[in-house]
Design a protein around this ligand. Sequence first.
Ligand code: AHM
Ligand code: MG
Length: 337
Amino acid sequence: MSDIGKSIIQFIVEEQRNHPGSTGSFTGLMTDIASACKKISHLVNRSGIIGLGGAAESENVQGEVQKKLDIITNDVMVDHLNWTGHLAAMASEEIEEIIQIPDGLPKGEYLITFDPLDGSSNIDVNISVGTIFSILRCPPGVTEPTVEDFMQPGTEQVCAGFCVYGPTTMMILTTGQGVNGFTLDRDVGEFILTHPKMTIPEETAEFAINMSNQRFWEPPVQRYIDECMKGVDGGREKNFNMRWVASMVAEVYRVLTRGGIFMYPLDTKPSTDGGKLRLMYEASPMSFIVEQAGGMSSTGRERIMEIKPDGVHQRVPVILGSKKEVERVVFYHQNDA
Ligand code: AHM
Ligand code: MG
């Protein structure tokens, strides 16, 4: 029987039944995340009407000007996740320190990292934004998690997902058994399985990179993009098309649906320290999803999933998507460096 049409919670409950001894806590956590994302979808959709557009008067830990919705969506995530007893602690792009469960509330067995509103520079121009999250296990016996307890490589993720608030709101999820996509049915208020077993085509003729950074890239990336730009005239077997949404959730969703390569590589800009994207709530969960869909993800020098973080807000270069193209860029890093 086809799984299409199942609600996300039915889908997760059925997946959990394959794990004897599971307590139901993961299903509970996913219910909370789905609720938070539905609320965020609603707020993003109505932001112009209810006066939530524009900048707030604050900066986040990375020194970036926060949007009003950055702050509000962070609060939505925290308020939906901190009281149900499934989490031991949280970490958010918008908050410097890790977020503890308030005193007096029960704690659970999981840790979560999230970017509550990725691509938020796009809100005011009405382009897709999203929420990215990564779930880890809290180390056994730890009741007061510290930053050190979060310092687990991406290979330790229990689940990774993202929600994209676009023409439709979609939740993309992996628990290590493939990737599935769910569409929010606003009439019934449920995420419904619409895109089962998503796979990334191995080959592609589409690349995504912020070309305005070209002069700051390293030689292997210069070479790869130069070849894409020249297409058949430069020795490639095909001509390439380019996209840049400036919203990682939208780019990764596109890669998942029709293939492509997405890159935010190492550059020498003073504003970036080792890359632009953050390991623990952008690069690592997206890498888990991309690998589970048959794609590949690398910094150019190492598999992102194997990086042991050295801080919650650590940045890394990201090169992900269709396998053959990512392999080519990695090859150039090994041979041009
Ligand atoms: P954010 O989390 O502050 O929104 O930053 C991450 C975003 C990604 O979604 C996107 O790929 C990238 O930043 C866009 O960067 P640029 O502004 O250089 O195009
Ligand atoms: Mg982000």
